[in-house]
Design a protein around this ligand. Structure first.
Ligand code: FDA
Length: 318
């Protein structure tokens, strides 16, 4: 299965497939299971519903690796609109963004201006902004950029660390010393053995080790996983160390393991759900399929239900 996963993650980077998939019949239905919709208002509506169920939200305007300044500027503008709407609606929500969406591949100073606009408005409203972590080609650049922001005095910003990376235990210690907020996840990209553990058991072991580091000495960490074993390990560490339920939060993705989400809330654990919206859903969706190939069958089924092929087939049967 890891090979299948690698193929899907690599396909997530294909521009041609992205164009074909985005315009394919049934595409919207297919995305809808994991993506809240296409507009800011769709994201806000999903956030409202989750908040009503006792779940905090981080809102994400889908997009990454943008190639033009106009696209990057427009993405930053959408984040400003999201922040304003979150404030107007008094939602329990913050935002997550990707630096390549803000122009990281175009020019660092330009990207900094875009991110700065988002951080400044968020700070005015006491809102937190998470810098999502992308592939290992960006790890050092993202952490360096984060350190710059921190040194400039921004405190409403945090990072993501991935337990498949061998460097993560050290990065977590540095973040703790600084008092920075970390989201810990396993990691969603295909990485070489030089930098990343390849076996699930090593990734999981590191996840538990880093969770311990973050719970013991971190600042309101986000433990981002749908893996029941990781969730149990986190609860166990919290219990053993007498760490209060409000000292950290679990995080999950929109539409994934809603049963576990409900269970955590029922038991009084803090939970934040990552709510993506927008039309640039293709790479995001491919990574979700790579994590759980069964999602592929779910999606194919959804597409077939809407597609002209099914229409023809059902006509043929009559
Ligand atoms: P794992 O993949 O080992 O799966 C364990 C179990 O969880 C599965 O058996 C299944 O039950 C369930 N599950 C997992 N994924 C599923 C899916 N797609 N559909 C249905 N069930 C699924 N990555 C990254 O590189 N950078 C980032 O910034 C982020 N940000 C982020 C935020 C949040 C809130 C979450 C929850 C995740 C991320 N990720 C991420 C993604 C993360 O790295 C990882 O790829 C996924 O969370 C899947 O890993 P799990 O820990 O869930 O376990």
């Amino acid at each position: 299965m890891p090979i299948f996963r690698d193929v899907l993650v690599r396909l997530s980077e294909s521009g041609t497939l992205r164009r074909v998939a985005t315009h394919a019949p049934g595409a919207r239905t297919m995305a809808r299971r994991f993506v809240a919709g296409e507009t800011v208002e769709d994201g806000i509506a999903a956030a409202r519903e989750l908040n009503a169920a006792g779940i905090r939200v981080t809102l994400d305007n889908l997009g990454e690796s943008v190639g033009t300044r106009d696209e990057a500027r427009a993405a930053a503008d959408t984040y400003l609109a999201m922040i304003r709407r979150i404030v107007e609606e008094k939602l329990d929500a913050n935002v997550s963004l990707k630096l390549t969406q803000m122009g990281h591949d175009i020019d660092e100073a330009f990207m900094r201006d875009n991110v700065g606009r988002v951080l400044d408005l968020a700070r005015e409203h006491d809102m937190f902004v998470r810098l999502d972590m992308e592939s290992s080609a960006y790890t050092q650049r993202t952490l360096d950029f984060f350190r710059k922001l921190w040194d400039e005095g921004y405190r409403n910003v945090g990072i993501v660390l991935q337990s498949y990376l061998k460097r993560t235990a050290e990065d977590a210690r540095v973040a703790n010393e600084r008092g920075a907020r970390v989201r810990l996840c396993k990691g969603a990209y295909v990485e070489p053995p030089e930098v990343a553990y390849q076996e699930k058991s090593r990734v999981d072991e590191n996840f538990v080790g880093v969770t311990r580091t973050l719970l013991e000495a971190g600042t309101f960490p986000g433990i981002a996983t749908h893996d029941p074993a990781m969730i149990e390990a986190t609860k166990r560490i919290a219990h053993e160390r007498g760490i209060r339920k409000d000292a950290f939060e679990f995080q999950m993705l929109y539409g994934i393991r809603r049963d576990l989400q409900a269970e955590l809330v029922r038991d009084g654990w803090g939970l934040r759900v990552y709510v993506p919206f927008g039309d640039a859903w293709y790479p995001y969706l491919m990574r979700r399929m790579a994590e759980r190939p069964a999602n592929l069958f779910f999606i194919v089924n959804a597409v077939l239900r809407e597609s002209p092929l099914r229409f023809l087939m059902s006509n043929g049967k009559r």
